[in-house]
Write a protein that binds this ligand. Sequence first.
Ligand code: NAD
Length: 476
Amino acid sequence: MTENFIGGVWTGAESGRRFERRNPADTRSVVATAPDSAAADVAAAVGAVEAGRHEWAAAGPEKRAEVLNAAAAVLERDPEKLAAELVAEEGKTFGEALGEVRRTPANLRFYASEALRMTGRTYPAASGLVYTARQPVGVVAAITPWNFPLNIPSRKLGPALAAGNGVVYKPSEVTPVLAMRMVEALLEAGVPKGALALVHGGGEVGAALVGDPRVSAVTFTGSTAVGERIHSAVGPDRRTQLELGGKNAVVVLEDADLDRAADLIVRGAFGLTGQACTGTSRVIAHTDVHDALLERVVARTEALTIGDGMTDGVQLGPLATQEQYDKTRRYVQLGLDEGARLHTGGQPPADVEHGYFLEPAVFSGVAPDSRLAQEEVFGPLVAFLEVASFAEAVEVADATPYGLSTGIVTGDLGRALAFAEQVTSGLVKINQPTTGMAGNAPFGGLKASSTQTSKEQAGEQMSQFYTAEKTVYVSP
Ligand code: NAD
């Protein structure tokens, strides 16, 4: 059972209503219940943080760094237990969950060190002194998706708190337990009770939070549709940082090592059961290698073991929700309706009754302008497209509304670097899967994959987003 955290107290929704979360690998099992909050709970949370955040702002950067480092240590106390909770709640495999649990404290430590680096500047002046100073922006709303329920919040709560802000955190309704674990760790480590609130619930709760004028900045990760709604609701006089959807491609040139290419495609497409924002959903293969690559990818896909993420040897867990399951199946049907060829997968495994399991799907003959090539599926489905040249590969890679993570596989470094220069993508991966990022390098998309107002994990841009800058003129 999880609760909201508002005004220093763990509490239910004002209405008393609750919702439940079931294990996606066995939907008979209820993992948790959480408050089904509404606008009144959001208003209470924002009011509490607006009133309570000043102690944290006054604590100073060293204290804030110390507390974030301590929160990292709390999360490191029992990684296996947290990973098991993550598997039960979200459905990823235990190995994937453990990776996320281990990455999260490292993120908090990164932001702890950034707390000490939020510098201003001095400027040449005819007389006296001109300098810039940074202050917290005030109340930050953090709204997150379910696919990385520890890692993504750490990339929002970490920098927001490092900069001295108060935070109202609205996690995905799919992952209330891990949201509570993150807040528990921060409170135990010493974040003042008034500086942090947690409000569970769905889209209406997020919308009420975004609409509260006492919120100075909204950091959001989720779908492009919701992000665009948030962007217009926030308006020009408050800030947004939006990390959104993708339709990520791997280009495979004619000189590529095809085994290597197939390995990184399968990892990028079907890791996290295809539910990574940077997941590979298109393969753009040169005609000369298309068929041989497809054969390798299909063989590797068919060798994947599907099952409950807690079972040893399982490489592909269930989809996280009924909605994700239905959506992926709809796109399988759409691909067939559009005339693409399904080589494997797209069906539930024969022996599964109570989970959202789906065999990973590989399509070929997908037209660049078809919906299968254009729209984010966010499930275990990859579409092969064929091109005849490097120039066409760049063109097809760019021919979607998104621009998050794009890969290229080639032994020709010159063409790889030319690709990195020409493609419109926030992240470019050369001979690497489209998934998997460093925790200390800027992260964010271009085009419809982000508002491009500020990158995550980028020291300077991060401090710009989470602080207000003042220019001060001094005469003695
Ligand atoms: P979603 O957009 O449905 O929900 C994200 C969050 O927004 C949830 O907490 C949800 O309750 C809340 N929300 C829903 N409607 C809202 C509204 N009107 N106002 C305010 N908040 C609202 O996304 P999801 O299904 O949780 O996650 C999957 C999506 O997230 C995919 O599109 C994926 O690509 C994207 N994603 C992007 C990144 C990235 O870094 N670019 C990372 C992970 C996931």
